[in-house]
Design a protein around this ligand. Structure first.
Ligand code: NZQ
Ligand code: ZN
Length: 387
């Protein structure tokens, strides 16, 4: 087992009708001037916004709406200025992963002297030194952002999607109420299932580990997601919705990575597809993952076989089971209504493999994966085979 150190300070308040706990948790933080950040309006349409506001009557609340899916840097900088003008001492993210990620950037940028984009570009010596505390009210189970310290920020005019994070960016608390799934479009529920599934696989589909507990926990999340995937058609079913939300949080709250090696290459390539073509985050993963496993088949075969036997209950010789495991996973994504070819989403794909490999080269991402064996030629071939 690999050595590890883990800390996760986020208080998860899980379940129905828990919002009346909000004032108490804000008082613990001595919050006075609160920036309430939300997205394109779904929270207003479905009544959650008013419920949240009614819990905030004893606080000074400044609203900032309009944060996009795949949150835009320039929009978030407007929120930073609003926060600075209003002496904000606490932020609430009301939304899905995009809103929560956006709030992470806002919280670091408020007291940052300089251009926060330099931090996202990882320029030498540019780091956030402090953050304004924030909490989240989750409306979309998918990313796990409610329980981790990472964020992904887009800058569409540059066609870039950058990651940031660190210990400053854990939410203080996160309200996780599975009944929010009821208002989600089918496409977003499917995205949530796939994102959680892929977060688990990125921390699992490497090579067999001695960390037996983490292997079983990952297989437990994968099996549960397969079992409850019909939440896509039955969002009102609390058993299905609550298990989806629980899985999504657990897939990326830091637990699965304890003592294991991971391979986040599917996410790394996927983010570039979103930046170039605007495909949803989960769609980008469904496009890349099966082709990456095929390309690195010999290296991942042992783990693919274990996954095929334990999660999909496949039988046969090892190679056959490993191949069938890839096919089963792709079929699973398709059964949720998510297409797995880039050409299903855009006709504009010519040359994108070169654009992406050039970006990776510039960032020094030339040896990825659990064995550092995924090079730029692999990246190009994976993308070409996904078209
Ligand atoms: O903007 P509104 O009108 O609210 O609509 C949103 C949005 O259009 C809608 N929605 C959210 N909750 C709803 C709802 N509609 C009806 N009812 C509800 N209850 O759903 C749309 C998508 O929302 P978004 O927040 O973009 O989705 P998701 O949670 O999938 O987040 C995706 C973003 O998270 C990043 C992705 O790259 C992407 O930018 N990720 C963040 C991670 C992290 N911080 O750990 C890890 C992930 O791998 C991922 O990269
Ligand atoms: Zn993801």
């Amino acid at each position: 087992m690999e050595n590890f150190e883990v800390v996760n300070p986020t208080r998860i308040v899980f379940g129905k009708e828990q919002l009346n706990r909000l004032p108490e948790l804000l008082n613990v933080e001595k919050a006075k001037n609160i920036l309430l950040v939300y997205g394109g309006g779904s929270v207003k349409r479905f009544g959650l916004f008013d419920k949240v506001l009614s819990q905030l009557s004893s606080f000074n609340v400044i609203e900032f709406g309009g944060v996009e899916a795949n949150p835009e840097y320039t929009t978030l900088m407007k929120a930073v200025r609003l926060a600075q003008e209003n002496n904000i001492d606490f932020i609430i993210a009301l939304g899905g992963g995009s809103i929560i990620d956006g709030v992470k950037l806002i919280s670091g940028a408020i007291n940052y002297k300089g251009e926060p984009w330099d931090v996202l570009e990882r320029k030498e010596g540019y780091v956030f030194q402090s953050s304004i505390p924030f909490g989240t009210i989750l409306t979309l189970p998918a990313t796990g952002s409610e329980a981790n310290s990472g964020a992904v920020i887009s800058r569409s005019e540059l066609k870039l999607k950058m990651t940031m994070g660190g210990p400053l960016f854990f939410p203080v608390f996160s309200f996780c109420d599975p009944t929010v799934v009821v208002t989600l479009p089918k496409r977003q529920i499917a995205n949530g299932v796939i994102d959680a599934f892929m977060h688990t696989l990125e921390q699992y589909l490497t090579y067999p580990m001695e960390n037996l507990l983490q292997e079983r926990e990952a297989e437990g999340i994968l099996s549960t997601l397969i079992e409850i995937a019909n939440v896509v058609d039955h969002p009102e079913d609390y058993k299905l919705a609550s298990n989806l939300m629980h899985c999504a949080t657990h897939a990326l709250n830091g637990n699965l990575r304890c003592g294991v090696i991971s391979d986040w290459t599917t996410h790394m390539i996927g983010h570039e597809l979103t930046a170039l073509f605007g495909v949803d985050h989960a769609q980008s993963l469904a496009i890349i993952a099966p082709r990456l496993w095929e390309r690195k088949f010999s290296e991942k075969q042992d783990k693919l076989t274990q996954y095929g036997r334990r999660v999909w209950h496949l039988e046969g010789d090892n190679v056959t089971v490993a191949k069938m495991a890839i096919a089963k996973t792709e079929e699973f994504f398709q059964s949720l209504g998510v297409k797995t070819k880039l050409s299903d989403y855009t006709a504009d794909y010519q040359g994108c493999e070169k654009i992406i490999s050039a970006i990776f080269k510039e960032r020094g991402w030339t040896a990825m994966g659990e064995r550092k064996s995924i090079d730029l030629d692999d990246v190009e071939q994976i993308i070409l085979s996904s078209i």
